[in-house]
Design a binder for this molecule. Structure first.
Ligand SMILES: N[C@@H](CCC(=O)N[C@@H](CS)C(=O)NCC(=O)O)C(=O)O
Length: 210
């Protein structure tokens, strides 16, 4: 059986749990406790040279890293239900939303960034929250607009969840729970959040279900 090395509050791990659940894939979870630095333990870095969660070890023992690469691999090996639309322009739009989260928002909220802001830049919690929330706002403003250019909801790109939702739903959870982020102005993102809250694959992947 596949083994997912993850941490319940890790956004990148959260994405992969959703992806595995959507595909109906069987996997067992092994916790990498980021709070105690388990991601840097030699046994784990042998699997993931970056020392980050998640890592998915496939049935044949291959260790896959980087959540988007893992999700692409999953989509290629278990095609149904698809994570990407058929039309090439739609696919580019969905990837753009996913990448706003995965490349432009999430890296700035990472534990190692928080630790640097605390230890090296000597920022207090309020400043750190404001820093993080600022990048979320920039990204969410753009995503809200991009969703509005699409085929309609309740998901980011139509009536079924895509790679965009797999990235967006965990980022909304992180924004609310870590930065007390005000989702009021984002009606389209709130529709995605509501759709995810009602979908078993998203429910079972939720950090609070862990
Ligand atoms: N781009 C990577 C990000 C992985 C990542 O940053 N994981 C975080 C948790 S969400 C982590 O392990 N942080 C540990 C640290 O910063 O030391 C992916 O998508 O897999």
């Amino acid at each position: 059986m596949m083994v997912l090395h993850d941490y319940f509050r890790s956004g990148a791990s959260h994405r992969v749990r959703i992806g595995l659940n959507l595909k109906g894939a069987a996997y067992e979870k092994r916790a990498v406790d980021l709070r105690v630095g388990a991601q840097k333990a030699p046994g784990y870095t042998a699997l993931n040279p970056q020392g980050l969660a998640p890592t998915l070890v496939t049935d044949d023992g291959t260790a896959l890293t980087q959540s988007l690469a893992i999700l692409e691999w999953l989509d290629e090996t278990i095609p149904s239900p698809p994570f990407l639309p058929r039309d090439a322009i739609d696919r580019a739009r969905v990837r753009a939303i996913a990448e706003i989260v995965a490349c432009d928002i999430h890296p700035l909220g990472n534990l190692r960034v928080v630790r640097w802001l605390q230890d090296t830049a000597q920022c207090d919690d309020a400043r750190i929250k404001a820093f993080m929330a600022g990048w979320v706002k920039e990204g969410f403003d753009a995503i809200e607009t991009l969703i509005g250019q699409g085929p309609g909801g309740p998901w980011c790109w139509g009536a079924a969840p895509t790679l965009a939702d797999i990235c967006v739903a965990p980022q909304i959870y992180a924004a609310r729970s870590r930065y007390d982020f005000d989702m009021g102005p984002y009606s389209r993102l709130r529709a995605v959040e509501a759709a995810a809250a009602a979908h078993p694959a998203f429910q079972q992947a939720h950090p609070e279900a862990e």
